[in-house]
Design a protein around this ligand. Structure first.
Ligand SMILES: [Zn+2]
Ligand SMILES: [Zn+2]
Length: 151
């Protein structure tokens, strides 16, 4: 099995299918996605509960294996992001809240292929396989790999 589309939803079996989803989504874009990173906890687990506040872009992942909490992109700023008062646990359409986490970036253009103009948060539900883009913003970063390393 691989990436598949059912109605307005897409499904996959692995983090690679999340990447394939963004490639498919960007298939007509003049500046398609180029870099991506599948986040795996040092404990070996690839399943996370994800906490997100769209207003502040506070984004945190909590490993379901060892419960380690990591605020993503915390080092992008000189002062750590403040935890907002109410964040939302991201939830799949099936009601589950454990995901594989994949970061994807689009560069500024062909002359700056390794930059990260736009970031997409890709998540794949580990229960039902439904995947998609749960957040996006424009980091306007010179180094896509360095940006994705902050996940
Ligand atoms: Zn872990
Ligand atoms: Zn699901």
């Amino acid at each position: 099995m691989a990436l598949r589309h059912e109605g307005e939803y897409s499904y996959g079996d692995s983090a690679t299918d999340v990447w394939d989803y963004f490639v498919w989504r960007d298939r007509n874009s003049p500046e398609p996605v180029r870099h991506w990173r599948h986040v795996v906890c040092p404990c070996g687990s690839g399943a996370f509960v994800v906490d997100y506040d769209p207003d502040s872009q506070f984004l945190e992942r909590i490993c379901t294996g060892c419960e380690a909490e990591v605020v993503m992109f915390e080092h992008e700023y000189s002062t750590p992001k403040k935890r907002p008062n109410d964040t939302d646990l991201l939830e799949c359409i099936c009601g589950a809240d454990e995901f594989e986490v994949v970061g994807v970036t689009e560069p500024f253009g062909a002359d700056r292929p390794d930059s990260a103009r736009t970031f997409y948060l890709g998540l794949r539900c580990v229960v039902c396989g439904c995947l998609g883009c749960y957040a996006d913003w424009n980091p306007r970063y010179n180094d896509a790999e360095a940006y994705l390393a902050m996940m």
